[in-house]
Design a protein around this ligand. Structure first.
Ligand code: SF4
Ligand code: SF4
Length: 546
């Protein structure tokens, strides 16, 4: 059953430093900053894993399972792997050896998804040809399907209605083992060795089908070292791992599964396009929406950069992994699909066993109000707010874009209306407009005039505080009010040389007549305060920027 609140991507708040990196990359604007910590809006998240990839503090991670827990859950445990896994290892380790190593770790059996991929490869062309809405979009990447639900719901009819190779393989494997071993389906557990979070989510929250045939998942990251240890120990041999209906396994057709642009299952189709990376995917989906790609019949889209090889839960660099896979593929025979199998595959499609039979619903994330009139009002309000915002989408406010800021405010998802950029600009503008003079400061801070009355109309633009005259000479800006406990006559000379506006003496410190006379002569107002330097500076700061 669908569990629409399940997400495999989670946040560890204790690790989050509020850097806003994830806010900027999230393709569905699912992340907000609250109390300086990221938080994920469940309804928007598509579990693409972009935030896991970018977080410098590893505050985002994936919920996957642990091999020991899985073992006790089912009578018969099967591991299911994607060809991506083979690319993680040096090519001295053949796919058969890698599969044997996984079995050695405690599984009763192990398969890869080659058969599912081959079935799709065999029947997709005909199904695409007869699909009424073009271009047809591949259904193999669950993150892309969720992206369409959230951001491009009008493209739902374009989705190819065939299950993913992973799901097809899991279904076939379970049924076959059930028959061969006389086991109840529910006693057979299938664990996916996954490169990505999107597939983990699909186990509990599948798209287009009632339930998944996969029961648990282990990330490639988690199982990589245990596999490598087994491989290096020499405890496994080159055992053949055969798929139910194929005599050679893995096949070239099967292994060519959405791994990169030039390694796509569909790359030989005429009028097709292969795209990877979530932001490229968004651009292409926008093009489809605008009707600019109607000349194409099929578009294969993967959310991760480089396809599944760039999944957030893999260990190897995707270029190296791709090279490894290409080298493996060279050694395999190109499997020729037997005609009788094709008929079986079409039969499976027609009877609904490998088809997306459940309708894919849009995920409404921006509904403003159920009442249309209120909705229009809110829309206008959003536009009004947006017109006043700087439009630089900096994310400092905690919403990923200015549009999201306005929407969050209008929909009640944020209680404050503080745009930090606007605040800075406002304060800067006011400061410039302020034209504060020494007399204003004297009055507002309740300062006593000790000397230099003729300079009271001097403009004050800044504040500087320091008691070391040589330091002041090097750093204070002209037109500053200078706060110092020094009362020596030389302070007047410094003020004159730097064109300072006035000198403020804290805590009623005594001033000699010599200093006062000099201040009168030079028109440098000498002001005295009861307060200490800290309080004077604080109040001046408030006065000058307010
Ligand atoms: S997993 Fe993807 S959609 Fe979800 S919060 Fe992270 S970046 Fe956004
Ligand atoms: S491209 Fe592959 S690895 Fe990445 S989210 Fe999609 S299915 Fe998962």
């Amino acid at each position: 059953m669908e569990n629409k609140y399940f997400h495999s991507v989670i946040l560890k708040p204790e690790r989050c430093i509020g850097c806003t990196y994830c806010l900027r990359v999230c393709p569905t604007e699912a992340i907000r900053l609250k109390n300086k910590k990221a938080s994920i809006i469940a309804q928007r998240c598509i579990d693409c894993g972009e935030c896991i990839r970018i977080c410098p503090n590893h505050a985002k991670s994936a919920i996957t399972d642990n091999i020991e827990d899985i073992k006790g859950k089912f009578k018969y445990n099967v591991a299911l792997v994607l060809p991506v896994l083979y690319g993680q290892f040096d090519t001295i380790y053949s796919p058969d050896k890698i599969l044997s190593a996984i079995k050695y770790l405690g599984f009763d059996d192990v398969y890869d998804i080659s058969q599912g991929a081959e079935i799709i490869g065999a029947i997709a062309e005909d199904i695409i040809k007869n699909h009424s809405t073009k271009p047809v979009i591949s259904s193999s990447c669950p993150a892309i399907l969720r992206l369409i639900q959230v951001r491009f719901p009008e493209l739902i009819p374009n989705i190819l209605d065939i299950e993913t190779p992973t799901e097809i393989s899991a279904r076939i494997i379970k049924n076959r083992i059930s028959k061969e071993k006389s086991l109840d389906i529910k006693d057979i557990g299938i664990t996916l060795i996954t490169p990505c979070t999107a597939r983990v989510t699909s186990i509990k929250n599948p798209i287009g089908v009632e339930h998944s045939f996969i029961d648990s998942s282990i990330s490639i990251k988690d199982i990589y070292v245990p596999i490598l240890k087994v491989l290096s120990s020499g405890n496994v041999n080159e055992t053949k791992h055969s798929m139910p209906t194929l005599n050679a396994m893995p096949t070239l057709n099967g292994i060519i599964c959405n791994n990169s642009d030039d390694f796509s299952m569909f790359s030989s189709y005429r009028k097709s396009l292969s795209v990877n990376g979530i932001h490229n995917a968004i651009s292409i989906l926008e093009e489809i929406e605008l009707g600019r790609l109607n000349n194409l019949s099929f578009i294969e889209i993967a959310a991760c950069p480089g396809g599944c090889l760039g999944g957030p839960l893999v260990v190897e660099n995707r270029y190296i992994a791709l090279n490894n896979i290409k080298n493996i593929a060279k050694k395999l025979k190109n499997h020729v699909i037997d005609k009788s199998n094709i008929n079986n595959y079409f039969e499976m499609y027609n009877n609904g066993s490998i088809r997306l039979v459940k309708s894919i619903e849009p995920r409404s994330v921006t509904r403003l109000d159920l009442d249309i009139k209120k909705s229009i009002k809110k829309l206008n309000l959003i536009q009004n707010i947006l017109d006043k915002l700087p439009g630089i989408n900096c994310g400092i406010c905690g919403s990923p874009t200015c549009q999201a800021f306005a929407e969050d405010f209008v929909t009640g998802n944020r209680s404050d209306y503080i745009c930090p950029v606007q605040e800075i600009e406002r304060k800067k503008g006011l400061k410039e407009k302020n034209n504060m003079i020494v007399k204003d400061i004297m009055d507002r801070l309740n300062l006593k005039l000790a000397a230099g009355e003729s300079g009271l109309k001097k403009e004050v633009k800044d504040v500087y505080t320091c008691d070391l005259l040589s330091w002041v000479m090097a750093h204070a800006d002209a037109k500053s009010a200078w706060v110092t406990i020094q009362t020596h006559v030389n302070i007047v000379a410094v003020a004159v040389l730097l064109d300072l506006s006035c000198i403020i003496i804290p805590e009623n410190a005594e001033i000699s007549d010599e200093t006062k006379n000099k201040a009168d002569d030079e028109s440098i107002p000498l002001l005295i305060s009861d307060e200490n330097a800290y309080k004077i500076c604080y109040e001046l700061h408030q006065e000058l920027i307010r």
